[in-house]
Design a protein around this ligand. Structure first.
Ligand code: GAR
Length: 205
């Protein structure tokens, strides 16, 4: 079991994507890796309660308390190395990471974004704002994307995408919920298993 891929999940809020990962691990959909650590930049994130309930270690790293972006990222990196983390999953992590951070973990950081990249992504597009922008533009199809993270916000290689039809009476809130349920909660665990399985092969059977 020592070639099992060690996963950390970085969160900021409700943590429904974290829950989808926890459920997938318990159901065996994720079988090549296991979640060892949850890191939150927000001490009151409900995601922390979800992690605790599942018996997963948690660390809170506050950008404000750290004083600088560099110290903030260093504190996260220290926790990741303490737990010997192989894969980092950004699941509603609402802080952009610098190139120093992203280049430390090439093809090892995975993000879920609530649109079909390259639409409605990049700086300023996060959470409900993404769905507001999609509705304002009038697109008829949106969805979610899981991709590797590099130095370009939402610009790394795409791993999986899933489309979701927009309904005439959608609000940003109804659309957000449907994109989560029909796309994010499915493709995030699937992408994590895909990447973990590949990495597990590299770690040697
Ligand atoms: C999710 O919809 C996720 O795709 C989005 O924030 C939400 C977090 O929800 N992430 C981004 O917008 C990143 N650019 P959750 O905390 O319930 O998983």
């Amino acid at each position: 079991m020592d070639n099992q891929v060690r996963i950390a999940v970085l969160v900021s809020g409700g943590g429904t994507n974290l829950q989808a990962l926890i459920d997938a691990e318990q159901a065996g959909t994720i079988q090549s890796g296991s979640i060892q650590l949850v890191v939150s930049n927000n001490p009151s994130a409900f995601a922390l309660e979800r992690a605790a309930k599942a018996g997963i270690d948690t660390v809170v790293v506050s950008r404000k308390k750290c004083g600088s972006q560099e110290a903030f990222e260093q504190a996260i990196m220290d926790a990741l190395s303490q737990y010997q983390i192989d894969i980092i999953v950004l699941a509603g992590f609402m802080s952009i990471l610098s190139e120093r951070f992203t280049s430390t973990y090439p093809k090892r950081i995975i993000n879920v974004h609530p649109s079909l990249i390259p639409s409605f992504c990049g700086k300023g597009f996060y959470g409900l704002r993404v769905h507001e922008a999609a509705l304002a533009y009038g697109v008829k199809v949106t969805g979610a994307t899981v991709h590797f993270v590099n130095e370009i916000p939402d610009g790394g290689e795409i791993i999986l995408q899933k489309a979701v039809a927009i309904r005439e009476n959608d609000t940003p809130e109804t659309l957000q919920k449907r994109v989560m349920r029909l796309a994010e909660w499915k493709i995030l665990p699937a992408a994590v298993e895909k990447v973990a399985a590949q990495m597990k092969g590299q770690k040697g059977e």
